[in-house]
Design a protein around this ligand. Sequence first.
Ligand code: UD1
Length: 372
Amino acid sequence: MDVATAQVKCLWFVARQHPGPMGRVVLVTGGAGFVGSHTVVELLEAGHHVVVVDNCINSTKGSDPQELPPALARVQTITGKTLRAFYMVSLLDRPGLTKVFAKHQVDLVIHFAALKAVGESVEKPLDYYINNVTGTLNLLEVMGEAGVKRLVYSSSATVYGVPQYLPTDELHPTGVGITNPYGQTKYVCEQIMKDLATADKEWRVVLLRYFNPVGAHESGKIGENPSGPPNNLVPYIAQVAVGKREALSVFGDDYDTPDGTGVRDYIHVMDLASGHVAALDKIFSEDFRSAIAYNLGTGQGVSVLQMIDAFKRASGRDIPYKVVGRRNGDVATIVASCTLAEQELGWRATRNLQQMCIDTWRWQSQNPDGFM
Ligand code: UD1
């Protein structure tokens, strides 16, 4: 058995439905994860053909190697459509990755696969640089060799560091004051992609800078499924509401914000997902060149206490909380300017805070133990 055969566990699925005439073949790395799986729903609904590559180190695997990860099986149920293929392959496995590109005429890649726990990245920086940066370098090299030079990259508002002005637009300096290795890897990968697009004019890259993704698909079948105690606010609140955790710790109430707690720009994951489809369309437009960054947010700031209140109303449950000290590396406020995405991608977020909480609660209450 050759290396690639041993390492690539390929699952083939014959398409049951005919995609639209403009269907592209889209390879999604990290497609079994939170934002990835919701984006696969939107891609399938838009008539694209989807190949997923995921090593499933941070997502639930199928019960045997012949089975799709449950998140992707549920994506198929939601959409009534079938993935072209799923490969359990790491981006660190170059031969495996090369083999995937040899099997499919990929038109564009959406690259989500990465480690993303901020605290863990401080403790294990090399894991983050290797997975996120080396993994991305492998992907870019293999894409280049296969002649696939269209890419949508899953970046983060973390590249802005401590925001110098609000709302923060794409002209804001990046790479200054980033407090953790996770954030650095997002910044470094953006730089690599910009340099590549400068050196080789055939590359067309969209860097999507997410603000704070929350919510879940409205079916309640897929959603965020953190392993261990959640690091992020909304998954933690959801687990308190469902009775899995006793109380939320609010990290500081002495910030220079209206109620003293941190203010963020939360965006519904389905709005984020549709932003990726808009980015794909943009890359295929005639005039698109080079590497361009777009913020994906709502432009609305929500404090920790406002989020607790909104979640209480959506769930009808109490959310006990206690105020503790500030968390290292947190900023008081960050809110997106989304004008560029509106003007150039024709995209804007349409779901409000209440919808984000209702959909998170539906997912959490129907799946208290995630994909089990
Ligand atoms: C964090 C990451 C960011 C990453 C994003 C992914 C940090 C410093 N930043 O953003 O790089 O891209 O997640 O979604 O970790 N909070 C509490 N109690 C909690 C959890 C959070 O009070 O248990 C507060 C935080 O202090 C903050 C707000 O809730 O004010 C949002 O926190 P979180 O959901 O972790 O997102 P970010 O810190 O904005």
